[in-house]
Design a binder for this molecule. Structure first.
Ligand code: ADP
Ligand code: MG
Length: 337
């Protein structure tokens, strides 16, 4: 009984103390250049500065660990030596395996040798259209069955690995988790167009994320209302080259070895898991709208996600009420799924 009374008085004191003090909603901001992208981090509240320091360090660390072109990176070692002992690479490849399976092979990090042929590789390779023979030879080494894992130990039987379609999602996830572990409850991390949201806004309302128009960097498709999630976009307009009037972009269909021709220009995925959000955005660009909707259905219990898709013929297809289409654009908007 005494214990109860004590707990009651303690709670009352804490409540009174909390009422007396205004909540600290100071915004702490930081610009970070990592993973070839300018990132803008904003963390709110009294623990914001320590949290943002931790996130910044982690982003640099992950960049150095996962970049295929950096000689000391874990991924470089895996490709160079055929084996590496690295818990993060092993985790990301385990997730890749599950995503590869779910997307019927559309997401495949062993696509690296094919990316290299097109000049979308790690170095300053020339952009060019490879010959059929070159593509066939490179595709022979593509496939998740080349990867063997046991704990943190990863071995690569053939080919090469590129985590470019998943690394930023993991970086966002780690940064978000570290910020939360440092005591912050509210943060918005702009990872160069991809967004990680921690909790809600400091005033407890939802975040409002402007979804960019793939055709015009200064225009928006609409506004998404969201909290505590990831908003990741992949687009065929981000990296490309032109040869004989044909445009070749950097998202490769592992079934053909050619840049994906799925009818989509961009795919935005909203998902609570950063790694899946990023990988699915890439995969959906390969799969196209119909297969993406089937995938959303089949993952609705285990990995729910929402989609905002832009098609080549100027339609915006979206699956969630929380997306408000913009006005004044030439797109046709359709809520689906
Ligand atoms: P970015 O944020 O750089 O636009 P994306 O998430 O859109 O990255 O992924 C594109 C990157 O994914 C490519 O640059 C390449 O490294 C890699 N990639 C391309 N095609 C595939 C694929 N089918 N499966 C897995 N990764 C891919
Ligand atoms: Mg991606």
């Amino acid at each position: 009984m005494k214990k109860c009374a004590f707990a009651f008085i303690l709670t009352l004191c804490l409540l009174l103390a909390a009422c007396g003090k205004p909540v600290d909603t100071t915004a702490h901001t930081r610009t970070v250049f990592a993973m070839d992208t300018v990132m803008n981090l904003t963390v709110y509240g009294k623990d914001g500065e320590a949290a943002i320091d931790a996130a910044e360090q982690e982003l640099y660390r992950l960049d150095a660990q996962l970049a295929r072109g950096v000689e000391d990176s874990a991924v470089y070692k895996l490709n160079d030596l055929g084996a590496v002992n690295d818990a993060t690479v092993a985790y990301l490849l385990q997730e890749s395996l599950a995503i590869n399976d779910a997307t019927d092979g559309a997401f495949d990090p062993t696509i690296a040798p094919v990316l290299e042929l097109w000049g979308f590789g790690s170095g300053a390779g020339e952009h060019r259209v490879p010959t059929e023979a070159e593509l066939a030879a490179a595709l022979a080494g593509v496939g998740m069955d080349n990867i063997h894992m046991e704990g943190a130990q990863v071995a690569l039987e053939d080919g090469e690995v590129d985590l470019g379609g998943i690394a930023k999602g993991w970086a966002g996830q780690r940064a978000k988790d570290l910020i939360a572990a440092n005591g912050a409850k509210s943060a918005v991390l702009d990872l160069g167009g991809d967004v990680a949201l921690l909790g809600r806004k400091p005033d407890d309302s939802m975040w409002r994320v402007a979804v960019k128009d793939p055709a015009d960097g200064n225009a928006f498709l609409g506004v998404l209302t969201a909290a505590d999630t990831f908003v990741m976009t992949s687009g065929v307009y981000e990296r490309y080259f032109e040869e004989n009037g044909v445009r070749y972009h950097h998202i490769i269909d592992p079934k053909t070895g050619y840049p994906a021709e799925s009818g989509l220009v961009s795919a935005t995925v909203i998902c609570a898991d950063g790694v899946w959000a990023d990988a699915l955005a890439t995969a959906v660009c390969v799969m196209g709208a119909d297969k993406a909707l089937d995938l959303r259905e089949s993952l609705s219990e285990t990995m729910p996600f929402e989609l905002i898709l832009v098609t080549e013929d100027g339609r915006v297809l979206y699956t969630c009420d929380s997306f408000a289409p913009g006005t004044g654009s030439d797109y046709t908007y359709e809520q689906i799924g």
